[in-house]
Design a protein around this ligand. Structure first.
Ligand code: PMP
Length: 350
């Protein structure tokens, strides 16, 4: 079944009509193309960052394309994937009118962004196995529903969402299905980015903040059809990826073997951590994880959280999320940090 996704109906009318800002350097890529650049009111004295960055991030997109095997035309970069998510709201959701669907327990920013943009957030809980409840989701859809947010592997559970469930949503929902793959590089499951041609309503977000170890440079990625990318490009700030970020990211991507080595070591550490957590008396459930963290149910999450903080170990209490009562989420650290976490958990008094 092919879903006919009508972007003209999905896009906000003011965005459709918008004439985007054209930045000084849009037409010129390398500085060698001109004798002098006197177009952007920069300070001409060279210091490495006196020039504006490439607004289309061509060199960086090329490197991402090589690693992810995706055309640059299907790519938009953001100041973290949080910016990409915000652009999606602003391009497609009419404040005060449209709705989105999210599947708690999940990443908190979808709800916050809906709030900022005055969009109704319809929450359809994941099942007990932390999988999408497809009939209930389709039931919650109405004419104003523009996007469904899926997170796979999901934060905070670490579970990958079932391929069959996602496919059902892609086939039956006329709006955009956004799959947040922030943790995909830790997972055994394949990215949905290979299926852009098959599903015109598919949008994928990824990030260099997790497996690539670059949370500090703020680089998020959106993969989608050329048509969707063209819409997002209309509203993105002209120079949203700064020169230092572009440079650092290119360097990291050109050294992909060291990224892979770190991912391998974090996965090994996660397995060790999982086994060690089984031995902790006040932990009664550990959710198998496809990400770089582990969610556990404990006897009393706020007590254990405070005890850990007192000993200098900061973890995340996720108990305020549905289906997550008395849970703590542990990020996988270095071997030394993980040993310290386990030793500290073992010392905690009942
Ligand atoms: N999506 C998920 C599921 C996340 O957990 C996070 C960060 N915690 C983000 C997106 C945001 O990532 P970025 O650093 O790329 O903004």
């Amino acid at each position: 079944m092919t879903n006919t996704c009508n972007l003209e109906k999905l896009i906000r009318p003011n965005v459709a009509a918008l004439e985007p800002y054209s930045s000084a350097r849009d037409e010129f890529t390398e500085s060698g193309a001109a004798m002098v650049f006197l177009d952007a009111n920069e300070n001409p004295f060279e210091n490495g960052v006196n020039r504006y960055p490439d607004p289309q991030q061509r060199l960086l997109k090329k490197e991402i394309g090589l690693i992810k095997d995706i055309s640059e035309k299907n790519m938009l970069l953001g100041n973290g994937s949080d910016e990409v998510l915000d652009l999606l709201f602003r391009a497609f959701c009419e404040p005060g009118k449209d709705t989105i669907i999210t599947l708690p327990p999940t990443y908190g920013m979808y709800k916050v962004l809906a709030g900022i943009n005055n969009i109704e957030n319809r929450e359809v809980l994941l099942t007990e196995a932390f999988q999408p409840n497809v009939p209930a989701i389709l039931e919650a859809v109405d004419k104003q529903t523009k996007m469904i947010f899926l997170c796979s592997p999901n934060n905070p559970t670490g579970t990958a969402l079932s391929e069959a469930n996602i496919e059902q949503l892609l086939n039956n929902f006329k709006g955009l299905v956004v799959i947040d793959e922030a943790y995909i590089d830790f997972s055994e499951t394949e990215s949905w980015s290979k299926k852009l041609k098959q599903f015109p309503n598919l949008v994928i977000t990824q990030t260099l903040s997790k497996a690539y170890g670059m949370a500090g440079i703020r680089l998020g990625i959106c993969f989608a059809s050329e048509e969707i990318i063209t819409i997002l490009n209309k509203i993105k700030p002209p120079y949203n990826i700064n020169s230092l970020t572009q440079e650092k990211a290119i360097h990291r991507l050109q050294n992909i073997s060291s990224v892979k080595k770190e991912i391998g070591s974090l996965i090994d550490e996660k397995i060790k951590l999982y086994k060690a957590l089984l031995e902790i008396s006040f932990i009664d459930k550990i959710v198998p994880s496809e990400a770089n963290f582990i969610l556990c149910r404990v006897d009393d999450a706020s007590k254990r959280y405070n005890q850990l903080v007192e000993k200098g170990v900061v973890v995340r209490n996720r108990s305020n999320q549905p289906l997550c009562e008395n849970t703590l989420r542990f990020t996988v650290g270095t071997p030394k940090e993980n040993k310290l976490l386990i030793a500290t958990l073992k010392q905690l008094k009942s």
